[in-house]
Design a protein around this ligand. Sequence first.
Ligand code: C5P
Length: 203
Amino acid sequence: MIVTIDGVAASGKSSVSSGVAQALGVPYVSSGLLYRAVTLLGLGAGANLADPAALLPLLSGVRLEPLASGNRVWNADHDLTADLHSTRVDTGVSVVAALPEIREWVDAQLRALPAPLVAEGRDMGTNVFPHAPHKFYLTASPHVRAERRARERPEDIPAIEAALTERDRLDTTQSAPAPDARVIDTGPLTLKGVIDTILNDLR
Ligand code: C5P
């Protein structure tokens, strides 16, 4: 069984997916972490983030570890996870994610993972696992999302809201709900409320 949970930036996808996966007793995978890892390695190598030929050779040692307690991304024996959520990576990641060659690489990593799993991202239900029987898409207003993210980042809410709105714009192509996804506005709900909504739907 595969459950897909897609949604806009900072809609709570990771926390929700982790909670749903734990309740189901299956792993979850956060596809955004792989796009972030490509971006981090590209920035570290001084590569042009719009050039797939410069990025692909950096990826041979990259591996996603779908732990229930939180996914980790490794480059050979180096754990990249703690560096994946910087503002620098946030700013560059949409450029990287727009490259078809990089999307193919990420998709191959995800499809190689054994089911059952909960897959979280932008295009899990539309592109990577189109035959998944259970699909969800999380939304919330930019302001609600900025307020949530402000608890994790040192910037102020208006700056975060502007950056999120810009990332939504850049991600439009790869971030649309699957026609058979249930869309959930997480704005009025607590984290537990979103998780319960999904678990009730699955039962
Ligand atoms: O989910 P998260 O915000 O960590 O994703 C980071 C970026 O990775 C997104 O802004 C988007 O550009 C890209 N992404 C994507 N497709 C996915 C997951 C993430 O294009 N399935």
